[in-house]
Ligand binder design. Structure first.
Ligand code: SF4
Length: 386
Protein backbone atom coordinates (compact mmCIF):
# COMPACT_ATOMS: atom_id res chain seq x y z
CA UNK A 1 0.00 0.00 0.00
CA UNK A 2 1.57 3.33 -1.06
CA UNK A 3 1.42 6.55 0.89
CA UNK A 4 0.70 4.98 4.27
CA UNK A 5 1.67 7.41 7.04
CA UNK A 6 5.04 6.93 8.74
CA UNK A 7 3.99 8.96 11.79
CA UNK A 8 0.76 8.21 13.67
CA UNK A 9 -0.78 10.18 16.51
CA UNK A 10 -3.30 9.62 19.26
CA UNK A 11 -3.46 8.65 22.92
CA UNK A 12 -0.02 7.17 23.78
CA UNK A 13 0.95 5.80 27.23
CA UNK A 14 4.36 4.20 27.68
CA UNK A 15 5.12 3.26 31.29
CA UNK A 16 8.78 2.25 31.18
CA UNK A 17 11.70 4.47 32.22
CA UNK A 18 12.99 5.01 28.67
CA UNK A 19 9.74 6.58 27.56
CA UNK A 20 9.60 4.52 24.37
CA UNK A 21 9.23 0.98 23.12
CA UNK A 22 10.26 -0.60 19.83
CA UNK A 23 8.44 -3.70 18.69
CA UNK A 24 6.67 -5.38 15.82
CA UNK A 25 2.97 -5.49 15.11
CA UNK A 26 0.75 -8.53 15.49
CA UNK A 27 -2.78 -7.72 14.48
CA UNK A 28 -6.00 -9.21 15.85
CA UNK A 29 -4.42 -12.50 16.87
CA UNK A 30 -2.12 -14.07 19.44
CA UNK A 31 1.33 -15.62 19.20
CA UNK A 32 3.49 -17.62 21.63
CA UNK A 33 6.62 -15.43 21.84
CA UNK A 34 5.09 -12.13 22.81
CA UNK A 35 8.07 -10.18 24.16
CA UNK A 36 9.04 -8.41 20.94
CA UNK A 37 5.49 -7.80 19.76
CA UNK A 38 2.92 -5.03 20.01
CA UNK A 39 -0.60 -6.42 19.83
CA UNK A 40 -3.00 -4.38 17.74
CA UNK A 41 -6.68 -5.00 18.51
CA UNK A 42 -9.68 -3.35 16.96
CA UNK A 43 -12.91 -3.15 19.00
CA UNK A 44 -14.47 -6.31 17.67
CA UNK A 45 -11.36 -8.38 18.53
CA UNK A 46 -10.76 -6.98 22.00
CA UNK A 47 -11.49 -10.43 23.51
CA UNK A 48 -8.15 -11.57 21.99
CA UNK A 49 -6.29 -9.44 24.55
CA UNK A 50 -3.60 -11.40 26.39
CA UNK A 51 -0.97 -10.20 28.84
CA UNK A 52 2.74 -10.37 28.01
CA UNK A 53 3.10 -8.22 24.93
CA UNK A 54 5.57 -5.34 24.86
CA UNK A 55 2.70 -2.97 24.17
CA UNK A 56 -0.81 -2.66 22.75
CA UNK A 57 -2.64 -0.53 20.22
CA UNK A 58 -6.41 -0.47 20.83
CA UNK A 59 -8.95 1.03 18.44
CA UNK A 60 -10.57 2.71 21.45
CA UNK A 61 -9.62 2.68 25.14
CA UNK A 62 -11.07 -0.59 26.47
CA UNK A 63 -13.19 -0.48 29.65
CA UNK A 64 -12.57 -4.00 30.88
CA UNK A 65 -8.77 -4.18 30.67
CA UNK A 66 -6.53 -2.97 33.49
CA UNK A 67 -4.46 -0.31 31.73
CA UNK A 68 -2.38 0.69 34.77
CA UNK A 69 0.57 -1.63 34.14
CA UNK A 70 0.70 -1.89 30.35
CA UNK A 71 2.16 0.19 27.53
CA UNK A 72 -0.77 1.08 25.30
CA UNK A 73 -2.10 3.45 22.67
CA UNK A 74 -5.69 4.13 21.68
CA UNK A 75 -7.63 6.32 19.29
CA UNK A 76 -4.68 6.36 16.90
CA UNK A 77 -5.56 7.96 13.59
CA UNK A 78 -4.83 5.55 10.71
CA UNK A 79 -3.92 2.69 13.12
CA UNK A 80 -5.48 0.28 10.62
CA UNK A 81 -2.72 1.05 8.08
CA UNK A 82 -0.22 -0.90 10.23
CA UNK A 83 0.45 -4.45 9.04
CA UNK A 84 1.65 -7.63 10.74
CA UNK A 85 5.44 -7.66 11.42
CA UNK A 86 5.91 -3.95 10.81
CA UNK A 87 8.41 -2.46 13.25
CA UNK A 88 7.35 0.65 15.10
CA UNK A 89 8.66 2.93 17.81
CA UNK A 90 6.07 4.26 20.27
CA UNK A 91 7.19 7.42 22.05
CA UNK A 92 5.32 8.27 25.24
CA UNK A 93 2.77 11.09 24.85
CA UNK A 94 4.12 11.83 21.38
CA UNK A 95 3.91 9.65 18.27
CA UNK A 96 4.17 6.22 16.74
CA UNK A 97 6.99 6.09 14.16
CA UNK A 98 6.98 3.35 11.55
CA UNK A 99 10.55 2.05 11.25
CA UNK A 100 10.01 -0.93 8.94
CA UNK A 101 7.31 -1.58 6.35
CA UNK A 102 6.60 -5.27 5.80
CA UNK A 103 5.26 -4.76 2.25
CA UNK A 104 8.15 -2.59 1.05
CA UNK A 105 11.45 -3.49 -0.60
CA UNK A 106 12.70 0.02 0.20
CA UNK A 107 13.26 -0.18 3.96
CA UNK A 108 16.03 1.97 5.36
CA UNK A 109 17.83 2.31 8.67
CA UNK A 110 18.80 5.96 9.08
CA UNK A 111 21.73 5.98 11.48
CA UNK A 112 22.64 9.67 11.62
CA UNK A 113 21.66 12.99 10.11
CA UNK A 114 25.17 14.37 10.26
CA UNK A 115 27.78 14.29 7.52
CA UNK A 116 31.45 15.21 7.12
CA UNK A 117 30.79 16.55 3.60
CA UNK A 118 28.36 19.28 2.59
CA UNK A 119 27.40 18.41 -0.97
CA UNK A 120 25.91 21.18 -3.01
CA UNK A 121 23.12 18.85 -4.21
CA UNK A 122 22.47 16.97 -0.96
CA UNK A 123 18.75 16.09 -0.79
CA UNK A 124 18.86 16.90 2.94
CA UNK A 125 18.90 20.48 4.15
CA UNK A 126 21.60 22.03 6.34
CA UNK A 127 19.03 22.14 9.13
CA UNK A 128 18.50 18.36 8.99
CA UNK A 129 22.20 17.58 8.82
CA UNK A 130 23.07 19.94 11.67
CA UNK A 131 20.44 18.57 14.02
CA UNK A 132 21.97 17.22 17.20
CA UNK A 133 19.20 14.67 17.61
CA UNK A 134 20.58 11.53 16.04
CA UNK A 135 18.95 8.13 16.52
CA UNK A 136 20.65 6.51 19.53
CA UNK A 137 22.50 3.25 19.05
CA UNK A 138 20.42 1.38 21.61
CA UNK A 139 17.31 2.09 19.54
CA UNK A 140 19.02 1.20 16.26
CA UNK A 141 20.08 -2.18 17.66
CA UNK A 142 16.55 -2.86 18.93
CA UNK A 143 15.20 -1.93 15.51
CA UNK A 144 17.51 -4.46 13.82
CA UNK A 145 16.50 -7.22 16.26
CA UNK A 146 12.82 -6.64 15.48
CA UNK A 147 13.10 -6.73 11.68
CA UNK A 148 11.78 -10.08 10.38
CA UNK A 149 14.67 -12.33 9.40
CA UNK A 150 13.18 -13.14 6.00
CA UNK A 151 13.56 -9.51 4.93
CA UNK A 152 15.14 -9.34 1.48
CA UNK A 153 16.75 -5.91 1.49
CA UNK A 154 17.72 -3.13 3.89
CA UNK A 155 19.56 0.11 3.09
CA UNK A 156 21.71 1.62 5.85
CA UNK A 157 22.07 5.33 5.32
CA UNK A 158 22.60 8.78 6.87
CA UNK A 159 23.98 11.51 6.75
CA UNK A 160 27.29 9.69 6.73
CA UNK A 161 27.01 6.34 8.56
CA UNK A 162 30.80 6.22 9.01
CA UNK A 163 30.54 9.05 11.55
CA UNK A 164 29.08 6.53 14.01
CA UNK A 165 32.51 4.87 14.18
CA UNK A 166 32.37 2.09 16.83
CA UNK A 167 28.58 2.23 16.85
CA UNK A 168 28.47 1.50 13.11
CA UNK A 169 30.51 -1.61 13.81
CA UNK A 170 28.06 -2.65 16.54
CA UNK A 171 25.15 -2.08 14.17
CA UNK A 172 26.74 -4.11 11.38
CA UNK A 173 27.46 -6.94 13.81
CA UNK A 174 23.83 -6.94 14.89
CA UNK A 175 22.71 -7.05 11.24
CA UNK A 176 25.08 -9.95 10.60
CA UNK A 177 23.73 -11.84 13.62
CA UNK A 178 19.98 -11.25 13.29
CA UNK A 179 19.52 -10.85 9.53
CA UNK A 180 21.98 -13.34 8.02
CA UNK A 181 20.07 -13.76 4.76
CA UNK A 182 19.24 -10.11 4.12
CA UNK A 183 20.98 -8.11 1.40
CA UNK A 184 22.31 -4.82 2.75
CA UNK A 185 23.28 -1.68 0.92
CA UNK A 186 25.41 0.74 2.95
CA UNK A 187 25.41 4.30 1.54
CA UNK A 188 28.57 6.21 2.41
CA UNK A 189 30.74 8.98 0.99
CA UNK A 190 33.60 6.54 1.56
CA UNK A 191 35.97 9.01 3.24
CA UNK A 192 36.04 7.18 6.56
CA UNK A 193 37.42 4.05 4.87
CA UNK A 194 40.69 5.83 4.18
CA UNK A 195 41.41 4.97 7.83
CA UNK A 196 42.99 1.51 7.74
CA UNK A 197 42.18 0.48 11.35
CA UNK A 198 38.53 1.40 10.98
CA UNK A 199 38.25 -0.35 7.61
CA UNK A 200 39.78 -3.50 9.08
CA UNK A 201 37.20 -3.49 11.88
CA UNK A 202 34.34 -2.83 9.47
CA UNK A 203 35.47 -5.70 7.28
CA UNK A 204 35.24 -8.07 10.28
CA UNK A 205 31.75 -6.91 11.18
CA UNK A 206 30.11 -6.95 7.75
CA UNK A 207 27.03 -9.10 7.13
CA UNK A 208 27.56 -11.75 4.46
CA UNK A 209 25.52 -10.00 1.79
CA UNK A 210 26.43 -6.35 1.73
CA UNK A 211 27.50 -3.81 -0.87
CA UNK A 212 28.86 -0.37 -0.06
CA UNK A 213 27.70 2.37 -2.46
CA UNK A 214 30.05 5.34 -2.74
CA UNK A 215 29.65 8.40 -4.99
CA UNK A 216 32.30 9.94 -7.22
CA UNK A 217 31.30 13.28 -8.71
CA UNK A 218 34.35 13.97 -10.88
CA UNK A 219 37.58 12.45 -12.16
CA UNK A 220 39.67 14.98 -10.26
CA UNK A 221 39.88 16.48 -6.79
CA UNK A 222 39.26 20.03 -7.90
CA UNK A 223 35.74 19.45 -9.20
CA UNK A 224 34.78 16.65 -6.78
CA UNK A 225 35.78 18.74 -3.75
CA UNK A 226 33.90 21.74 -5.13
CA UNK A 227 30.75 19.62 -5.28
CA UNK A 228 31.23 18.06 -1.82
CA UNK A 229 32.48 21.41 -0.45
CA UNK A 230 34.92 19.34 1.61
CA UNK A 231 38.61 19.80 0.83
CA UNK A 232 40.49 16.54 0.55
CA UNK A 233 37.29 14.48 0.12
CA UNK A 234 38.19 13.14 -3.36
CA UNK A 235 41.53 11.75 -2.20
CA UNK A 236 39.99 10.21 0.93
CA UNK A 237 37.13 8.67 -1.03
CA UNK A 238 39.39 7.07 -3.64
CA UNK A 239 41.77 5.73 -0.96
CA UNK A 240 38.74 4.44 0.99
CA UNK A 241 37.31 2.66 -2.05
CA UNK A 242 40.65 1.02 -2.79
CA UNK A 243 41.08 -0.15 0.82
CA UNK A 244 37.63 -1.75 0.74
CA UNK A 245 38.34 -3.44 -2.58
CA UNK A 246 41.66 -4.78 -1.22
CA UNK A 247 39.60 -6.40 1.53
CA UNK A 248 37.18 -7.99 -0.94
CA UNK A 249 34.23 -5.77 -0.06
CA UNK A 250 31.68 -5.34 -2.87
CA UNK A 251 31.62 -1.74 -4.05
CA UNK A 252 29.06 0.12 -6.12
CA UNK A 253 30.13 3.48 -7.56
CA UNK A 254 27.46 6.14 -7.87
CA UNK A 255 27.64 9.18 -10.11
CA UNK A 256 25.08 11.90 -9.42
CA UNK A 257 24.51 14.05 -12.51
CA UNK A 258 24.32 17.80 -11.94
CA UNK A 259 25.05 21.03 -13.78
CA UNK A 260 28.64 21.10 -12.55
CA UNK A 261 29.63 17.64 -13.83
CA UNK A 262 27.33 16.52 -16.67
CA UNK A 263 29.82 17.52 -19.35
CA UNK A 264 32.47 15.39 -17.64
CA UNK A 265 30.48 12.15 -17.37
CA UNK A 266 32.63 10.39 -19.94
CA UNK A 267 35.80 11.46 -18.09
CA UNK A 268 34.36 10.07 -14.85
CA UNK A 269 33.50 6.82 -16.62
CA UNK A 270 37.06 6.56 -17.99
CA UNK A 271 38.46 7.26 -14.53
CA UNK A 272 36.38 4.45 -13.00
CA UNK A 273 37.36 2.01 -15.74
CA UNK A 274 41.04 2.80 -15.21
CA UNK A 275 41.20 3.26 -11.43
CA UNK A 276 38.40 1.12 -10.00
CA UNK A 277 37.72 -1.69 -12.49
CA UNK A 278 36.88 -4.02 -9.57
CA UNK A 279 33.68 -2.09 -8.74
CA UNK A 280 30.69 -4.43 -8.98
CA UNK A 281 28.58 -1.82 -10.75
CA UNK A 282 28.23 1.84 -11.61
CA UNK A 283 24.89 3.54 -11.03
CA UNK A 284 24.34 6.93 -12.63
CA UNK A 285 21.64 8.95 -10.89
CA UNK A 286 19.46 11.96 -11.61
CA UNK A 287 18.94 14.50 -8.84
CA UNK A 288 16.32 14.60 -6.14
CA UNK A 289 15.59 18.33 -5.80
CA UNK A 290 15.02 18.67 -2.07
CA UNK A 291 17.13 20.15 0.75
CA UNK A 292 20.42 21.68 -0.42
CA UNK A 293 19.73 20.63 -4.02
CA UNK A 294 16.63 22.81 -4.13
CA UNK A 295 18.30 25.65 -2.26
CA UNK A 296 21.20 25.60 -4.76
CA UNK A 297 19.02 24.81 -7.78
CA UNK A 298 20.60 27.48 -9.98
CA UNK A 299 23.95 25.75 -9.59
CA UNK A 300 22.83 22.12 -9.69
CA UNK A 301 19.74 21.61 -11.87
CA UNK A 302 20.32 20.60 -15.46
CA UNK A 303 17.61 19.56 -17.87
CA UNK A 304 17.56 15.88 -18.89
CA UNK A 305 17.71 16.87 -22.57
CA UNK A 306 21.08 18.57 -22.17
CA UNK A 307 22.49 15.57 -20.31
CA UNK A 308 21.35 13.02 -22.89
CA UNK A 309 24.38 12.87 -25.21
CA UNK A 310 26.97 13.01 -22.39
CA UNK A 311 25.11 10.32 -20.50
CA UNK A 312 25.04 8.07 -23.55
CA UNK A 313 28.80 8.35 -24.08
CA UNK A 314 29.54 7.67 -20.39
CA UNK A 315 27.32 4.57 -20.39
CA UNK A 316 28.92 3.22 -23.56
CA UNK A 317 32.40 3.72 -22.06
CA UNK A 318 31.41 1.76 -18.97
CA UNK A 319 29.55 -0.99 -20.80
CA UNK A 320 32.30 -1.51 -23.36
CA UNK A 321 34.76 -2.07 -20.55
CA UNK A 322 32.46 -4.70 -19.03
CA UNK A 323 31.09 -2.68 -16.10
CA UNK A 324 27.51 -3.33 -15.02
CA UNK A 325 25.84 0.05 -15.53
CA UNK A 326 22.44 1.24 -14.31
CA UNK A 327 20.49 4.47 -14.60
CA UNK A 328 18.44 5.61 -11.62
CA UNK A 329 15.77 8.31 -11.47
CA UNK A 330 15.71 9.04 -15.22
CA UNK A 331 12.27 9.05 -16.91
CA UNK A 332 12.46 6.87 -20.03
CA UNK A 333 11.38 9.45 -22.60
CA UNK A 334 14.17 11.78 -21.48
CA UNK A 335 16.85 9.17 -22.26
CA UNK A 336 18.52 8.12 -25.49
CA UNK A 337 16.43 5.09 -26.42
CA UNK A 338 19.56 2.94 -26.69
CA UNK A 339 19.86 3.29 -22.90
CA UNK A 340 16.30 2.17 -22.03
CA UNK A 341 17.48 -1.25 -20.87
CA UNK A 342 19.77 0.38 -18.26
CA UNK A 343 16.99 2.42 -16.65
CA UNK A 344 15.41 1.26 -13.39
CA UNK A 345 12.25 2.21 -11.54
CA UNK A 346 14.28 3.53 -8.66
CA UNK A 347 12.28 6.30 -7.02
CA UNK A 348 10.76 5.39 -3.64
CA UNK A 349 7.07 4.60 -4.23
CA UNK A 350 5.54 7.49 -2.31
CA UNK A 351 7.75 10.06 -4.11
CA UNK A 352 6.90 8.96 -7.69
CA UNK A 353 4.99 11.38 -9.91
CA UNK A 354 3.95 11.38 -13.58
CA UNK A 355 2.79 14.21 -15.84
CA UNK A 356 -0.77 14.18 -17.21
CA UNK A 357 0.56 13.29 -20.68
CA UNK A 358 2.14 10.12 -19.23
CA UNK A 359 -1.34 8.55 -19.23
CA UNK A 360 -1.10 8.16 -23.00
CA UNK A 361 2.41 6.67 -22.88
CA UNK A 362 2.79 2.98 -23.71
CA UNK A 363 5.94 2.79 -21.59
CA UNK A 364 4.43 4.12 -18.36
CA UNK A 365 4.45 0.65 -16.78
CA UNK A 366 8.22 0.39 -17.21
CA UNK A 367 9.04 4.05 -16.55
CA UNK A 368 10.10 5.18 -13.08
CA UNK A 369 8.63 8.67 -13.55
CA UNK A 370 9.82 11.75 -11.68
CA UNK A 371 10.52 12.71 -8.10
CA UNK A 372 7.71 14.73 -6.51
CA UNK A 373 10.40 17.40 -6.08
CA UNK A 374 11.23 17.70 -9.80
CA UNK A 375 7.91 17.10 -11.56
CA UNK A 376 7.04 20.80 -11.62
CA UNK A 377 10.37 22.11 -12.88
CA UNK A 378 9.42 24.24 -15.86
CA UNK A 379 11.96 22.90 -18.31
CA UNK A 380 10.86 19.26 -17.95
CA UNK A 381 9.00 17.94 -20.96
CA UNK A 382 7.65 14.46 -21.49
CA UNK A 383 7.34 12.79 -24.86
CA UNK A 384 4.87 9.92 -24.45
CA UNK A 385 6.13 6.78 -26.15
CA UNK A 386 3.59 5.40 -28.67
S1 SF4 B 1 5.85 10.07 -21.01
FE1 SF4 B 1 5.81 9.79 -18.79
S2 SF4 B 1 5.55 7.58 -18.49
FE2 SF4 B 1 6.21 7.89 -20.61
S3 SF4 B 1 8.41 7.64 -20.55
FE3 SF4 B 1 7.95 9.84 -20.33
S4 SF4 B 1 7.90 10.19 -18.11
FE4 SF4 B 1 7.74 8.00 -18.45
Amino acid sequence: MNNRPLILRGNINIKNMDGYIIGKIIKNKNIVDKEEYIQLLDDKNINLFEEGYKGYIFEHEPQKINLKEINYCSNIKDYQTLLDYEVIEIINKKVIRVLYRDDSEDNVIVVTNQCNSNCIMCPDSDAVRNTKENPDIKKLLEQVRCIPNDTKHITITGGEPGLLRENLIKLLEECKKYLPNTEFLLLSNGRIFSNTDFTNKVKESLPQYIRIAIPIYADNENLHDKITRAKGSFKQTIVGIKKLIERDVDIEIRIVVLKKNYQHLEDIANFIVKEIPQAKMVNIMALEMTGNAYKNREQVWINFDEVKEYLYRACITLIESGMITNLYNFPLCNLDERLYSLAHKSITDYKIRYKDQCEECLAKGSCGGFFNSTINFKDIEVKPIK
